[in-house]
Write a protein that binds this ligand. Structure first.
Ligand code: DGJ
Length: 747
């Protein structure tokens, strides 16, 4: 049972989660907070001993001699005194003091539905800065959600924050740490990488103003000697909830002790806290498991389904037509408010059609209606019109910013098409890219000062577009009003929110001198505020996050959307690898995957329709091909496969995922999903000779003493046999690129 145990005499706290524990305690007469434990359960009676060992008196000046940083790990490292670990917090006060010295100032434990939160207050001993460290544990989970809140608690000059991490995670003593993380680029997101941490710092970051395709704010750490595998071994993992520039630092001190810390990126960033101001930093969640990388992923998936996906902001303080407040005055999270689901359990994702690969910018009412008719025949549930429907948007050189339907393409507006789509039994969805503007647009002609820029400097174009300065309240207000009008005037039930370039020249000349570097965080704070306000005003609308594919995927945006666009690369064989990386951190339900045309537009690779479907079925299924060019036989096969997907959809989208075989290690990849009585196996093999293919695959996570019936063949197998000897894979006739789908039910 999740709970927070406080040993008053020892001055220590123990966070008890489903099957793991986390502990820290006071030291040095309440002027320091020491990390004590993160890992396997700890008896409450043992907490005092742990705390005593960490709080052994040691003369202040000698405490950190000989470079023994990390031996008395600071739970959250304030820069000040003899501290040389990567700081969690750097602050400068009005009198020029650039160090933090604090004292414990109290703690609180509160309960929010299925979650328990501990808050620990620390007050600077000579300056008006208060820091609250928050720890939230969730019933039935091993995820610990952490964040910090900074407050200017006096009057007088501002406190300038130069670095402010959300949390600092210490790993147990001992060397030989392996770090795994996700990297990539356009068309190749979420590739799994690993490195060995040696003394020094290893930094993962984005300086682009959005999460980025290059690196994703998620990691695992394990010790090489114990070498975790997919299904066994100790794994520590973390994920940051921030969709702007972020930074994770992994520091191994000379003794081999490692800590992982991070939050908003301090690069080109500073935040001036005025009296009364409060800065609530993004959440940084972590988990420990002894069950290997597979168990770590399953824990992330289940927790995100229960507490993150589409949950929205905790505070229902906004409504449409109210200017979204800035990051400063509107903390995105409120430790005191319940972490309640905004919209109940996440609904199963509808099977979606998206027009992008079929029509690109050549979007017309008649053309989309023709596609919609075919989509409906396939059993598609949501029809999404992508880029090209608005303003003068006939290519990527014009129109962004002018969010009214093109008069030439939609002379009667969007409503007739939406009506047709609805009559066909489908929801209607629309693409937008609200943070962007083309110089060739009415919006830019009216407001050239609304984009990030420095006076007299180049305004760098990428994809012929500039980034709107969303840190400006008037831009945020315009965005909210524009999208609110679009959703109010049209029966739109799904919004694909794209962002196709990073920030550059992050200047706001009119505001020069007043916290210019805050734009990095204010942009994201206002993005969140606009989406939160739209979700509150239009509860029937679902959202997808996209940034040239999977460039904005993180726990912060996932609170505000139902799903993400995984990659613009829809080649199913490339997708097997991209999806394998994605599922390390994020759940299948959020992973949008389309079946598109063959040969693929990007790679030219030809793949069977069933293969393309079996790969896309591993997530939230969509179709993105030009259906007008599909034969009747292909349309009929697609309809059958979509019907089959609907039958297994709850198992895929809500089940426990076992990555049985990896295409990173062999010619064959397979994922198994288990939910209730149902088991689904999806397998894919690539361009290897037949001989390289396995004949059987061992399943996982079944009841050994139960018999399972293969829904397709009617054959029955004992769970024990399926896990020990495996399931026979079909003999494929094709020489390359085969796939299989097996559905078993408890007999
Ligand atoms: C990038 C997205 O990733 C694509 O799916 C598509 O929406 C285009 N933008 C449209 O410009």
């Amino acid at each position: 049972m999740t709970g927070i145990w406080h040993d008053d005499a020892a001055g220590a706290w123990l966070v008890e989660m489903r099957s793991t524990a986390y502990a820290f305690g006071l030291a040095d007469d309440g002027t320091a907070l020491r990390h004590l434990h993160w890992g396997a359960p700890v008896a409450r009676a043992a907490l005092a001993d742990l705390a005593a060992a960490a709080a052994e008196p040691m003369p202040r000046q000698e405490r950190r001699l000989l470079g023994k940083t990390g031996e008395r790990p600071d739970e959250y490292v304030p820069w000040g005194g003899l501290r040389y670990d990567e700081p969690s917090l750097r602050a400068e006060f009005g009198d020029g003091t650039r160090s933090v010295e604090w004292r414990f100032a109290g703690h609180r434990v509160s309960r929010q539905g299925p979650a328990t939160t501990l808050e620990v207050d620390l007050a600077d001993t000579g300056h008006p800065l208060r820091v609250t460290l928050a720890y939230r544990a969730y019933d039935g989970f091993d995820v610990l959600d952490r964040w910090a809140t900074l407050r200017h608690a006096g009057d007088g000059p501002p406190v300038v924050i130069g670095q402010a991490h959300s949390a600092n995670w210490w790993l147990p003593p001992g060397g030989g740490w392996r770090l795994r993380y996700l990297h990539g680029g356009w068309g190749g997101e979420t590739q799994l990488a690993q490195t060995h941490l040696t003394p020094g710092k290893f930094v993962l970051e984005s300086r682009r103003g959005l999460t980025s395709q290059q690196l994703n704010p998620w990691f695992t750490l394990d010790q090489e000697e114990a070498a975790a595998t997919e299904e066994a071994g100790e794994v520590w993992s973390g994920a940051l909830a921030w969709s702007g520039s972020w930074k994770l630092v992994f520091e191994a001190n000379p003794g081999g002790r490692v800590h992982a810390c991070g939050g908003v990126n301090d690069f080109d960033w500073a935040y001036r806290l005025e009296p009364g101001d409060e800065l609530v930093l993004p959440r940084f969640a972590g988990l420990y498991t002894a069950g290997g990388f597979g168990a770590a992923s399953r824990e992330w998936h289940a927790w995100q389904l229960a507490h993150v996906l589409g949950r929205g902001d905790d505070r229902s303080r906004l409504s449409a037509h109210v200017p979204p407040p800035s990051f400063r005055t509107a903390p995105r999270t409120d430790p005191a408010s319940p972490d309640r689901p905004a919209r109940g359990e996440p609904a199963l994702r509808p099977v979606l059609y998206n027009s992008w690969e079929a029509t690109t910018f050549d979007v017309t009412e008649a053309g989309q209606a023709r596609l919609a008719e075919l989509a409906a025949r396939l059993g598609i549930e949501c029809f999404v019109v992508d880029d090209g429907w608005f303003g003068q948007r006939n290519n990527d050189r014009a129109g962004l910013g002018d969010w009214t339907p093109s008069r030439e393409k939609f002379p009667r507006g969007l409503r007739p098409l939406i009506g047709r789509v609805n009559d066909l039994g489908m929801r209607f969805g629309l693409w937008v890219e609200p943070e962007m503007v083309n110089p060739d647009s009415d919006l830019y002609r009216a407001h050239p000062d609304w984009v990030y820029h420095f006076d007299g400097r180049t305004r760098s174009l990428q994809r012929n577009q500039l980034v709107l300065n969303l840190a400006r309240p008037d831009v945020a207000q315009w965005m909210l009003a524009t999208l609110d009008r679009l959703l109010t005037e049209n029966h739109i039930e799904f919004v694909k929110w794209d962002m196709n370039r990073p920030l550059s020249e992050p200047g706001w000349p009119a505001q020069a001198g007043i916290d210019p570097e805050r734009v990095w965080t204010d942009h994201v704070g206002n993005l969140y505020a606009v989406i939160d306000a739209l979700r509150a005003a239009h509860p029937g609308v679902e959202f997808e996050s996209c940034a040239s594919g999977g460039g904005r995927v993180d726990l912060g945006i996932l609170r505000r959307v139902e799903q993400v666009w995984t990659s613009d690369n829809t080649d199913a064989w490339d997708r097997v690898k991209i999806q394998e990386g994605f599922t390390q951190a994020y759940p299948a339900q959020a992973m949008m995957a389309w079946v598109t045309d063959s040969p693929n537009f990007l790679t030219g690779r030809e793949l069977p329709l069933s293969f393309r479907f079996h790969v896309a079925m591993a997530g939230a299924l969509g179709v993105g091909g030009d259906l007008l060019r599909w034969s009747d036989a292909e349309l009929a096969e697609a309809a059958e496969l979509i019907a089959a997907y609907k039958g297994i959809r709850p198992v895929i989208q809500r089940g426990r995922l076992y990555r049985l075989a990896s295409v990173l290690r062999g010619p064959f990849g397979a994922s198994q999903y288990v939910a209730g009585d149902d088991v689904v196996l999806l397998g894919w093999w690539g361009p290897e000779p037949c001989a390289a293919r396995p004949a059987r695959i061992r399943l996982a996570g079944l009841d050994a003493d139960t018999r399972y019936r293969d829904v397709g063949s009617g054959e029955r197998h004992w769970g024990s046999a399926l896990m020990a000897e495996g399931l026979a894979l079909p003999e494929e006739k094709a020489s390359t690129f085969g796939s299989t789908l097996v559905h078993l039910v408890r007999d």
